[in-house]
Design a protein around this ligand. Structure first.
Ligand code: NAP
Length: 289
């Protein structure tokens, strides 16, 4: 069995690393805030001091951190992955970042003698816990094949999308659609309830027709209970909208709906909901804040 490393034990990374440990793999973990490693160590993982030590010790190192800045820092920092990767060892970045950041990391990993794959995921906290993520892989094909046993533990499908950048772009397209749908849904829920409709009835009607989807169902139930406990931090969704809009700028693709949804998420961040779940955008759309 391969020897895996895992960098970043936030909401997603913790669940993904835990599934690797529970599947019997040898896993070495690191997190910036080291206290988050304790739970994994209790399950049998080994804790390392820095990303470089993980990349040096492991056949394949996975990473799941917040954004492009974090993804770059764990690679290019003084104790970063680039200082430890080599001898064809693998680095798989599963964070949601832009294609340019991913390409920069890919070039540095290759220059250091390692192999790189980007593999952002679709799916949230529960699919991460259940091992049913959709993994959007792109980059080194041999590393993709070697990482497959780990992908099979963490996800339900892992299509290979081609050269580095294709996975990052696929992920941004998916989340851009999701952010637009969520804000439209929140507007509908606010309008409906203000006009005297019962929130549960709106959900029932939506669920019975062509607009039925797990997001409306799940986030709708949370919204009605005023439960904003974090599955997907709102600040990360706003980052995804920002990166998608930037990609649209680059390609001169108008993204009127996404750009407006991005503003709603920015307003929600400004109102103090950055660390709450994405459904907290409802509070600003409804006009509570
Ligand atoms: P999270 O709970 O906020 O965790 C973020 C992780 O990144 C933590 O381990 C954090 O370390 C680390 N980090 C942040 N800045 C860092 C830096 N400068 N250097 C080193 N480590 C840093 O986020 P998450 O929900 O797990 O999301 C992780 C990634 O998956 C994001 O790119 C997100 O967009 C994507 N994603 C999330 C979901 C979801 O539903 N949650 C779904 C699909 C994709 P500390 O613990 O030290 O702060």
């Amino acid at each position: 069995m391969a020897n895996y490393g895992f960098l970043g034990l936030g909401i997603m990374g913790r669940a993904m690393a835990e599934n690797l440990v529970k599947a019997g793999h040898e896993v070495t973990v690191w997190n910036r805030n080291a206290t988050k490693c304790a739970e994994l160590v209790a399950l049998g993982a080994t804790q390392a001091d820095c990303p470089r030590a993980v990349a040096t010790a492991c056949d394949i190192t996975f990473a799941m951190v917040s954004d492009p800045t974090a993804a770059a820092e764990i690679c290019f920092g003084e104790q970063g992955v680039i200082g430890g990767i080599g001898d064809s060892r693998g680095y798989v970045d599963m964070s949601t970042v832009d294609a340019e950041t991913s390409a920069k990391i890919a070039r540095a990993v290759a220059a250091a003698g390692g192999r790189f794959l980007e593999a952002p995921v679709s799916g949230t906290k529960k699919p991460a816990e259940d091992g049913t993520l959709i993994i959007l892989a792109a980059g080194d094909r041999s590393l993709y094949d070697e990482a497959m046993p780990a992908f099979e533990v963490m996800g339900k499908m892992a299509p290979y999308l081609g050269e580095v950048g294709q996975g990052a772009k696929m992920k941004l397209v998916v989340n851009m659609i999701m952010g637009g749908m969520l804000t439209a849904f929140c507007e509908g829920m606010a309008l409906g309830q203000k006009s005297g409709l019962d929130g549960n009835k709106i959900l029932e009607v939506l669920d019975a027709g062509a607009l039925a989807n797990p997001m409306f169902k799940g986030k709708g139930a949370m919204l009605l209970k005023e439960d904003y406990s974090t599955n997907f931090p709102l600040k990360h969704m706003q980052k995804d909208m920002r990166l998608a809009v930037a990609l649209g700028d680059e390609l001169s693709q108008p993204l009127a709906t996404a750009a407006t949804a991005n503003e709603s998420f920015k307003r929600a961040r400004q109102a103090g909901f950055a660390d709450e779940d994405i459904v907290a955008v409802y509070k600003t759309i409804h006009g509570e804040k």
